[in-house]
Design a protein around this ligand. Structure first.
Ligand code: CS2
Length: 488
């Protein structure tokens, strides 16, 4: 028999149950609009927002979650009164928490008018974003890609009450800012929660670039004066939810939860304390509010995300299905350590005196958690968008310091070999063929085809990934040539 679907009333009847906690708030108002209602937001910022609301008894921080590409998540959460479970999987234990911070969910293809009106409302104080690296639609130099038709269509709606479905996340954001400016909604804070270096600055620059391109000078000046873009470092491993996760959560809860997300026990959020107005008391929920996020952000991207990517590419090439299996492979474990010790640590400033060697060990220990089932192929996705933040900054800093980044080059070479194997249809992991999943897949596949000998040179030509500079570094090219035979 299929159990009842999760909802506030079904939950009230089902609780208490061991290892399950119910929602801590029932928000009365929407104070936050979140763009990119994927699993990560639901397992991270939404949880901290609920904890902050519970700690203060402030019920004005409900979230309007906006999906990106489809209405699927709306259909999952709306019949559940916005409720969903977060299944936390430690190496040896599991618990389920039902979160109630999400007040509404919307899909731009249908609900753009509602999203624009909500961002414009004075009661909304914060917009947060998790739209993934590719969602920012940046050109090779980091400026907005003005050849992107979806973004251009959104820009053409500026300056008027046009409720046509938004076609891009950045387009939706600038249209919403436009609406708020014209309706005098007051100051607003836009918090980028994606894994980009200086993410607040990046997003502020993109918004400014889009408004300049649209000739929206008045709005541009309003944004400069009224809108803040703090940078943040976000961290929690959130794998894709599987049927096994659903079965496990259903056993704990006794209800069916179509919007279930899964996470490891660890969570961290470091937020630049630069807000244009009120915000949830996230510091009471364990977040760190600081003036200087950059060292945290950089350490996380270069230690955690870089080794994650190395383990994903090299792990998949060596037949490992999960990150936990990959990090348990002694060769890969050694490579991951060497990447951090030889190339990453010399480029980092320790945030607030943190012990970065201990951080490295903690990260590798987190990766070893077998319970989450985080797959190498999931982390391997969108490499062209991830490599610059994770590995290439380290490569550049080491080259500038006169060093040869051999260990970092191993990570880049692993990606190159992965691109070659997946685009040729040659990679099979756990019995399944793995496709190349990347927004630049056509260009990457073109560059990867042809003789193995010239593979690094052909991929280095792609400026959107490597910039105009790296291809002319003899030392980096030599390091890639040394590293590539490890994988092919
Ligand atoms: C991962 C990240 O999928 C990936 O690329 O490296 O999503 C990682 O799990 C998170 O950044 C951890 O905070």
């Amino acid at each position: 028999m299929t159990p009842d679907r999760l909802s506030r009333s079904a939950l009230a009847a089902a609780l208490p149950r061991p290892d399950v906690t119910g929602p801590r708030v029932e928000p009365a108002r929407t104070g936050i609009v979140h763009l990119g209602l994927g699993a990560f937001h639901r397992a991270h910022q939404a949880v901290l927002t609920e904890d902050a609301a519970a700690a203060t008894g402030d019920d004005s921080w409900g979230i309007l979650g906006v999906t990106q590409r489809s209405a699927r998540v709306v259909e999952q959460v709306a019949p559940q009164d916005g409720l969903y479970g977060v299944l936390t999987l430690g190496a040896a234990d599991a618990s389920l928490r039902v979160v109630g911070a999400l007040r509404e969910a919307a899909y731009p293809g249908r609900d753009t008018a509602h999203v624009l009106a909500t961002v414009a409302a004075p009661t909304t104080r914060v917009v947060t974003l998790t739209v993934t690296e590719k969602g920012y639609r940046r050109g090779p130099d980091g400026t907005p890609d003005l050849s992107d038709e979806a973004v251009l269509a959104d820009l053409s709606a500026l300056g008027r009450d046009d409720d046509a479905p938004a076609r891009s996340a950045t387009g939706l954001l600038v249209r919403a800012l436009d609406r708020r400016c014209r309706e005098d909604g007051g100051p607003l804070t836009v918090v980028c929660c994606d894994n980009l270096t200086d993410n607040g600055r990046v997003l502020a620059g993109l918004v400014d670039g889009l408004l300049a391109a649209a000739g929206a000078d008045h709005l541009r000046a309003w944004v400069a004066e009224q809108v803040r873009f703090p940078s943040t470092m976000v961290d929690r491993i959130v794998p894709a939810t599987t049927p096994e996760h659903h079965a496990r959560a259903e056993r704990l809860l006794g209800l069916q939860d179509q919007a279930l997300v899964v996470g490891e026990p660890f969570t961290q959020w470091v937020v630049e304390d630069d807000f244009a107005g009120p915000r949830p008391a996230w510091e009471l929920a364990g977040a760190t509010l600081t003036r200087n996020v950059a060292p945290y952000e950089r350490a996380k991207l270069r230690v955690l995300n870089a080794t994650h990517s190395l383990l994903a590419y090299a792990g998949a090439l060596r037949g490992h299905l999960t990150i936990a299996e990959a990090v348990a492979d002694p060769v890969l474990h050694e490579w991951a350590r060497a990447l951090v010790d030889d190339d990453v640590l010399p480029t980092l400033e320790a945030p607030d005196g943190a012990d970065l060697a201990a951080y490295r060990d903690e990260v590798l220990h987190r990766f070893a958690n077998p319970a989450t089932g985080h797959t190498t192929v999931q982390v391997a996705m969108d490499g062209s968008q991830k490599l610059p933040q994770r590995l290439l900054g380290t490569v550049r800093d080491r080259l500038t310091a006169g060093a040869t980044p051999q260990a970092a080059a191993l990570g880049v070479a692993a990606w190159m070999a992965y691109v070659r194997a997946t685009s040729a249809g040659d990679l099979v992991v756990a019995g399944r063929p793995v496709p190349l999943d990347d927004p630049l897949s056509a260009r990457l596949a073109d560059a990867a085809a042809g003789p193995l000998r010239g593979l690094p040179d052909r991929l280095l030509e792609i400026e959107a990934v490597f910039g105009p500079d790296l291809r002319s570094s003899d030392s980096f090219r030599a390091a890639l040539a040394t590293a590539l035979p490890c994988f092919v």
